[in-house]
Design a protein around this ligand. Sequence first.
Ligand code: IPM
Ligand code: MG
Length: 351
Amino acid sequence: MKTYNIAVIPGDGIGPEIVSTALQVLQKIADTENFELTLTEYNAGAKTYQAVGDALPPDTMTACRSADAIFKGPTGLPEVRLPDGTEAGVLGGRLRRGLDLYVNLRPVKLYPNVPTALANRKPGEIDWVMVRENTEGLYASRDNGIVANTDQAATDTLMVTRLGTERIVRYAFEEARRRNGKKKVTCVDKSNVLRSLAFFRRIFTEVAENYPDIETDFMYVDAAAQALVLEPDRFDVMVTENLFGDILSDLGGATIGGVGVCAGANIGDHAAYFEPIHGSAPNIAGKGIANPLSAILSLGLMLNYLGEAGAGQRIETAVETAFIQGTIILKPDGSAQSGTQAVAEAVLAQL
Ligand code: IPM
Ligand code: MG
């Protein structure tokens, strides 16, 4: 029997509670499938920074490198900051660049009976996936920005490389082939203004020539923001720069019941981690009301990555059926009406 080694980072705020809740679902799936899981917890995040002075200690990084996959809760606490004013517990840059996880894959799908902020939109009309470039763009500047020694200015540099763009664009086209969707990739950039993003679009066009079976579509990021609200059914796969992808994936989340329903995968050629796309919400931590769906759905993405697509599909179907049967009810603000554990029970009941 296959055994997968999973490194688990519970994280900060609501992280530990949604991670442990979601793992009940994973365990139940594993019990009925032909594989075993070894789950090992590692410390990382803001609390770890406070305890040992490093948000990502070397033993955690080593474990992440050698695991078959990593399951990560949200990390970071607003009050735990580095001297430069940025959050100490945020791990995105170090894990993504450190493990070269160049794809940030974030499905945006409206499930039945979920209150959406968009009037008259039905399931099936919002079903697309964000392919966010994850190692460069403006966030290449993470930890590298410059504050002028006059203390009157600061800069961050947006970097677009040929290799980085070719590989993310290729991934987007492959994803469009894998998906049972519109077979279309939308390139979102600001090529009318910035040279770096005109370069991004030029490389997109070059790569697209290898995928004659996939339709191409181009939008500037501002227009794309509007389109996500007015015509979300236009999208199938979106590929874009790192910061744009960060912002637009939360906008997409708002159209499907909030980021509490949004799963995320950070994937490279040799490692991957899976996480809710939202933050650690310390204001509701420990109250048992956090919505664990993004964590649960992230485990579905993890199973797909591990080659257990059937098991991954079971998670998605279980969530969908629970929504149809009304055993999961989301409030208009995206929180789970019945609380964290009740959502897990509703999903477990379908398995
Ligand atoms: C995300 C988050 C992170 C990012 C933050 C917490 C650093 O917003 O994963 O979308 O910037 O990428
Ligand atoms: Mg974000």
